[in-house]
Design a protein around this ligand. Sequence first.
Ligand SMILES: Nc1ncnc2c1ncn2[C@@H]1O[C@H](COP(=O)(O)OP(=O)(O)OP(=O)(O)O)[C@@H](O)[C@H]1O
Length: 676
Amino acid sequence: QGGSSASTLAEPDDICLAFESFLHNDGTLYTCITQSGTKLYFDETKVQLNKRSATKGPKFSVSTSPGTAESMQNSLVEDDRASGLWLPGKGVVMTYIFEARTNICKFFDPDSGAWLVLPLQWEVNIDFVKCRLQQIKEALPGLTDDKEITAALRQCNYDPDEVISIYLAIFGDSIKKNRWMDLITIQRERTIENLQQTLKCKDRKLENLQEENNRLSQMVQYLNKKLSELEIDQNEALEKIRALQNKRPKTTAAVPANATSAHSINSQKLLNLNKATHELNISNQELKAAANIKFSEMGQLMTQLLNSVFKLKDAELGSTREVEELRTLYRKEALERKLLYDKLQEIRGNIRVFCRCRGDSNTTSSLTFPSDEEILVIHNGSKKKLYFDKVYAPDSTQEEVFEGTLPIITSCVDGFSVCILAYGQTGSGKTYTMMGPKDNPGVNIRSIRELLHLCQKRETIKYTLKISMLEIYNETVQDLLSKSNNHHLEIRTWGKTISIPGLTEIEVTTEDEIRNVMNLGEKNRTIASTKMNIESSRSHLMLILRVDGVDSISGVVSHGSLTVCDLAGSERISKTEATGQRLVEAAAINKSLTSLGQVFMALKNSALHIPYRNSKLTHLLQPCLSGDAKACVFVNISPDGNNIGETMNTLQFGSSIRQVALGKVTQHVTTIKKKK
Ligand SMILES: Nc1ncnc2c1ncn2[C@@H]1O[C@H](COP(=O)(O)OP(=O)(O)OP(=O)(O)O)[C@@H](O)[C@H]1O
C-alpha cells in the first residue's frame, strides 16, 4: 500500500487482468490486475506475470470502493499521472492517466466506484495534460485551441514531441509564427484604432476651433465696421466742431438778438415737448391705473358671478330637494286624504241609500217627510217611519239629488269601483232621477260632469275615460254601442274579475262626447225595444264609465269605474196582470230584482256565499256590490196613493239594504316606476 513499494499479491484464483496499464514518469510501464475488487499495478518488466498467479513487484493499489479516494490519493501522490479535478455535481475527483493501447485519462467516480473516461474539456485542466499543452503551445505559438491540442495528445499517447512533429508536418513552420503574427497584427490594429479615435477627437476639436474662429472673425468684422462708422461719425463731429468754431465770433461780442430769439424758440419748443411728454406720461399712467381698476372690478364681478352661480346651483339643489319633499308630502297628503275619506265611507257604510219621491201635484200623498232622513208612510191607518241616508221630498231639485252622490264620484276618480242604482216601480221617476230631461239632467250626466271636472282639476294625473252602455233584457246582455247586428254579450268571470268580451268601449274626453255616446246608446235601445215590442222600463240599463289615471308625480296608476244603472220597474207581476211576452219580461225582471235583494241580504248577513250569479244583473253588478266597491242606491217612489203597496215594498227594500256593508273597500291602484 502506498508509493511504488511492492506488496504481496493475492492468491492466483482471486486475480484477473484488467487490461489496463500505465507508463510512470520514471519510464516504468505498469500493468493492472484486479484482486477482490482491488486494482494492483505492477511493473511488467520486472515481474513475470503468470496467467495463473501474480508475483511480487512494484505496484500501486487503488481501491474501487467508495470513500477511499483519500487513501487512493496518498497512494498516487508521487505519480504525476494522478491529479485532482473539480467536476460539477461531483466536487473534487481524483484523475489518473491510464495506459491501455494508448494512454487515456480517466477519473475515479466515488458514486459508482469506477474509473470513467474524462471528457476533453475537463482533461485540459489536468496538470499532466496542462504541462504538455504548455510545452506544445510554446513550441507552436500558432496553436491556440487547448482542446484540439489535448485531442492530439490523446492520439499521440500524450507525447508532446509527437504532437509537435505532426503539427509541423501538416502546417509547416508557419504555425510557429502565426500566433505572434496575429498578436502583432492585433496590436497594430489596436494602435490604428486608437490613433483613429485620437484623430477623430482632434478633428472634432478642429471643427470647434474653426467654428469659434468663424464666430470671432464675424465679430471682428462687425467691430471693424462699427469702428469705421464711429470714425466717420467722429470725423463728422470734428468737422462740425470745426465749422462751429469757425462760425463763432472771435471776440466776445454781445449775442445777436435774433440768435437769442431762435434759441428761446427752440427752448420753448423743447419745454412744450417736455410738457406734452409729461402730460402723456401722466395720462398713460392714469389710463394704466384706470385699466387696473377695471381689471380688479372685472375680477370682483367674476368672483361675484361665480358666487352667484354657486348659489344658484345650491338653490337648484335645494329646490330639487324641496320638490322631492313636496312630492313626498303630496303623496302622504293624498294617501291620508284617501284613508280619511275611506274611513268616513266605512263609517257611513259602503252602500248609501237615498229615497226620492217623485213630484205629483194631482195626487194626495200618504207620504210625509219629517226630516232629511225620514219618511213617514200612512198605510191602512197605520204609520210607518223609514230611515234613509237622505230623503228627497218631491220638491227636491235634480241638483240636490245629485249632491248626495258627490262623494262616490270622488272615489271613482281615486280608483274605486262605484255604482249608482235607481230602484223603484214603473213611473216612480228612476229615469228622471238618473237621466233627467235635457235641460235639467239627472245623476248620470251630472256625475259624469263632476267626474270630468275632478279629472281636470287633478293636473298631475292623466285620466283616460272609456264609456260603454248595455241593457239586460230577459236575462240577455245587449251592447247598446255596438255597430254590428249581434249585440248579445256573454259575461266571463276570472276570479273576482268580471268581463264582458266584445263590449264596445268608446274613449271620451268631453261632456259632449259622452252625451253623444249616451244618445247613440239610447237610440239603439229604442230600436231594439221597438223590434222586440218592449217598453224601455222592461229592461235594466247600464252605463259603465272606466276611469284610468296615471299620476305623473307619484307614479300611481288608478283604475276606477262608475256604473250608473237604471233598473227595470219593480212592480209585482200579480199587480200588472201580465201575460204572454209581458209575463216573460216581468218574470225576468222579477227574477233579477229578487236576486238583487238576495245579494243584499247575503251581504247584510255576511253570508259565505253571495249569490251574484243568480241573475245577469247581479252578475254584472258583482264588482260594484262586493268589498271592492261603493254604491249609491236611489229608491224612487211615487206619491200616488194607488201605488202605496208598491211604494211600501220599495221603501222596505231600500231601508233593509241600508245596513248592508260591502266590506272593506279596495282601491285599485298600482305604482309605476317614475320616469326621470
Ligand atoms: N221628480 C220629478 N219631477 C218631475 N217629474 C218627474 C219626476 N220624476 C218623474 N217625473 C216624471 O214622471 C214620469 C215617469 O218618470 P220616469 O220615466 O222617470 O219613471 P221610471 O221609473 O223611469 O219609469 P220606467 O220604469 O217605466 O222607466 C216622467 O214623465 C217624468 O218626467
